[in-house]
Design a protein around this ligand. Structure first.
Ligand code: ASP
Length: 342
């Protein structure tokens, strides 16, 4: 029987860090040290090859170039492997998962991101189990086809669709949640796949599309926010995409001035998106008068997408359609890789 082949891409993060004796702070270390720490890797029944970032990084240093670098490594090796595991810091893992899920469309194999809360060299590390199970999932097949055909995050016994996740804890081992979509697999003695939830391996052609424009402007609302200052900052910001981080099902304070400002700016060249501060639930601009007013002036509700997905999808699409608002909106409302519920 042919052994599955998995490519491991080490980018950095806590999983591969060690404590600097003098300063007591965590620094990334090199990849061979990770494999030395996990001799169990040799017992897994699949071939594992590994590549490492020349200089492993803390994921808070990741930017659009890093997303593309990870994407390039996967694309260059796409046909040589059955699956991919990306070792990544937890802080921005959800953003990278979103970016990869938009870059790689119609996948027919898994890209699994994982990391850990404790370095792999520490006795109580969660990194070993996360790494070993991620490799198992990346190589898992049923009837000769990959079970997972999408970008996912594996963490603390659960596999999630990557673009539905949010990091929720800097303390607990179960650091990620997917509030609006069920897990793709639950791991105990066995790996139980949720076949109803995974993206189906469709016959559409696989695409790899790069390019992000980081110029998006996120506005966080809070009671007492000064609307005049807010309008001023939007006017002085070159971003075409304004992401309004609203309350509840998509409500903002009623301000006639602000609503006509949005209407005017929408007619010029800006696009306003409405994403809730609530992690669970959906935007519904028809539910309350405040939300309805936003819809009337052209604000687009993002359904039940996470804010991470909204930011990254905006960066991806504004790069593709910098001067075509209609195309941007049409594509934004299109479900690229399961990022919202239809
Ligand atoms: N700061 C680390 C990172 O995101 C945290 C972690 O990996 O858990 O790279």
């Amino acid at each position: 029987m042919n052994k599955s082949k998995v490519l491991l891409i080490y980018t950095g993060g806590t999983i591969g860090m060690k404590e600097e004796e003098i300063k007591n702070s965590l620094k990334p270390f090199n990849f061979n040290q990770i494999t030395n720490e996990v001799p169990e890797l040799n017992k897994i029944n699949c071939r594992i090859d590994a590549i490492s970032f020349e200089k492993p990084i803390d994921s808070s240093d990741i930017n659009i170039n890093t997303w593309e670098e990870i994407g390039d490594h996967i694309y260059e090796n796409y046909h040589k492997y059955d699956g991919f595991v990306v070792l990544h810091g937890t802080d921005t893992m959800s953003y990278t998962a979103c970016a990869l899920s938009f870059m790689f469309q119609n996948l027919d194999k898994p890209i699994i991101l994982t990391g850990s809360q404790l370095p792999i060299g520490q006795v109580r590390t969660d990194g070993k189990e996360n790494l070993i199970t991620s490799i198992e999932i990346a190589s898992a097949k049923k009837n000769k086809e990959s079970i997972i055909n999408e970008v996912a995050i594996y963490f603390e016994y659960q596999l999630f669709r990557g673009n539905r996740t949010t990091k929720v804890s800097s303390h607990h081992f179960d650091a990620f949640m997917s509030y609006n979509y069920p897990s793709l697999a639950d791991v105990g003695v066995k790996i139980k796949y949720n076949y109803n939830a995974v993206l189906k391996n469709n016959t559409k052609e696989f695409h790899f599309l790069k390019g992000f424009d980081p110029k998006v402007h996120v506005v966080f609302f809070y009671p007492g926010i000064l609307i005049n200052e807010l309008m001023h900052s939007i006017l002085n910001n070159p971003s075409k995409i304004i992401i309004l981080n609203s309350y509840g099902s998509g409500n903002l304070p009623i301000s006639k001035e602000f609503y006509s400002f949005i209407q005017e700016q929408t007619k010029l060249n800006k696009i306003f998106l409405n994403v809730s501060q609530c992690a669970s639930g959906t935007i519904d601009q028809d539910k309350y008068e405040n939300g309805e007013n936003l819809k009337k002036v052209g604000v687009i509700g993002v359904k039940d997408m996470t804010i991470e997905a909204v930011i990254v999808k905006s960066m991806f699409l504004i790069n593709k359609f910098p001067n075509d608002k209609t195309k941007f909106i049409e594509n934004f409302n299109f479900n690229i890789s399961g990022e919202f519920t239809i």
